[in-house]
Design a protein around this ligand. Structure first.
Ligand code: IMP
Length: 433
């Protein structure tokens, strides 16, 4: 088993990472989330019961796994409390199995108000969880870290300054009045902190010192990375492998022997605004949405759907230096007579094969498709490669050839046991489930 395994989204999020992390964390001791916050929605079905985790590392569902919320995350303590209570109700005992970095920043109630206001003026379709404003405060040196909660006097002053700053933004920029009560925010924060203070720790130190096997769980996806994604239609953290070091506080060299896996859907989706070259706006897009149940697990919004964009996927392979891809939801394509994959973009008569930074190019380019024969057979729930029709395997091989990395596993349904290993990778292979 690999001591360090990284699993991240290779598209625009919602690739099905939750199920994969759940599956592979069975053979790891620690699962670490290192960026984003409750904007994520990692769905796992265990024994017929559905769990959607927003803040907690997915591995926490296994009774032997320690979950870590590392410093790069922005933590909404109220959401954390709700999530922990819901685990308790479902009989999952997390006592002694969750660590939260003392350097992680808080999402405060006023960040959510700002998220809403910013979305009103030229928004990009955020999840409204206060993520962008929390990171703005962090990088603007106005944030509140968990470590600050131990010093109540300092905490009060920080909240007082923040509330006054937010009131100015609301009233002077947006001409809307909001009455944040400093005492109320202060007490609300301390109340929720009380329930998790025992879990707060120097997480970087813990990760550096431990001999345990580690699984790093990315949230969102490479194309939503604030630096490498379709800026400004991105989230506010480094959701590609770039976020590993600053998100955990571990030196970049720590990850040099990590096994890097990107999760990708067999087609493409994105939720919220922003360029999406292979988007299908008509009936075919709706068909993909219906067949794939493509509605946001955090916001319930319908996801935009389109053919697999290999230009974007290859870019994700390069940005993250992926060792392999796990392909999910192949079965959604089962009933298509023809399946298409985008192998290049065309812009002003030029063929583009590398994912461009320019919004203008991305918004106006046309996908160049390669058409492949559909397989017209049910692959849902398949557990053996022999159950896969030749055309489905050809589709997988085409992805491998184009991206230059192996598809190591296929996920064939939402349940834990619905998957097929395509490559012998004993180092990360899980025991039979
Ligand atoms: P934010 O992260 O809420 O600020 O939203 C920024 C962009 O990232 C929006 O387009 C969201 O729809 C998208 N986004 C954020 N989290 C996720 C996710 O977990 N899955 C898919 N898209 C996401």
């Amino acid at each position: 088993m690999d001591r360090k395994l990284v699993i991240l989204g290779a598209q625009w999020g919602d690739e099905g990472k939750g199920k994969i992390v759940d599956l592979l964390s069975e053979n790891h001791d620690v699962t670490v989330r290192y960026q984003g916050g409750s904007n994520a929605g990692h769905t796992v079905i265990v024994n017929g019961e559905k769990f959607i985790l927003h803040l907690l590392p997915t591995g926490i569902l296994h009774s032997h796994v320690v979950g870590v919320i590392a410093q790069g995350m922005v933590v909404d303590l109220e959401v954390l409390q709700e999530e922990l209570e819901s685990l308790k109700k479902k009989g999952i005992d997390y006592e002694g199995r969750l660590l939260i970095s003392d350097r992680a920043h808080l999402v405060m109630p006023y960040h959510k108000v700002l998220d809403r206001l910013f979305e009103k003026k030229g928004g990009i379709g955020t999840t409204l969880r206060g993520i962008g404003p929390a990171y703005m405060f962090k990088f603007g040196r106005k944030g509140i870290r968990l470590a600050d909660l131990e010093d109540e006097k300092r905490l009060y002053t920080l909240i007082e300054e923040n509330v006054s700053f937010v009131r100015d933004i609301c009233e002077k920029v947006f001409c809307e009045s909001y009455s944040f009560n400093v005492d109320e925010v202060f007490e609300r924060t301390l109340r929720v902190y009380e329930n998790c203070k025992d879990m707060v720790a120097d997480v970087s130190r813990y990760l550096l010192d431990t001999e345990k096997s580690l699984l790093f769980e990315g949230a969102q996806g490479t194309m939503l990375d604030v630096d490498m994604g379709t800026y400004p239609y991105v989230t506010s953290s480094n959701s590609s492998a770039l976020g590993l070091s600053n998100g955990t506080g571990l030196p970049p060299k720590f990850f040099s022997d990590a096994y890097m896996v990107g999760v990708a859907k067999a087609y493409t989706t994105r939720v919220g605004g922003g360029p999406f070259p292979t988007e299908l706006k008509g009936e075919e897009g709706e068909r993909l949405r219906d067949l794939g149940g493509e509605y946001g697990s955090t916001t319930g919004r319908p996801r935009r759907c389109g053919w697999l964009d290999l230009v974007a996927l290859k870019y994700a392979v390069e940005v993250n230096h992926l060792d392999g891809i796990i392909l999910t939801k192949l079965d959604v394509l089962d009933s298509f007579e023809e399946v298409k994959v985008c192998v290049a973009y065309e812009y002003e008569g030029q063929r583009i094969e590398h994912f461009p930074a320019s919004l203008k190019v991305l918004e106006n380019c046309k996908p160049v498709y390669k058409s492949l024969k559909g397989w017209l057979k049910d692959t849902r729930g398949a557990k053996d490669v022999k159950e896969l029709p030749p055309n489905a395997l050809d589709y997988v091989r085409f992805i491998e050839e184009y991206t230059g990395v192996p598809v190591i596993m296929l996920s064939t349904g939402p349940k834990r046991e619905e998957f097929i290993w395509l490559r012998e990778l004993p180092k990360i292979k899980v025991s039979s489930l």
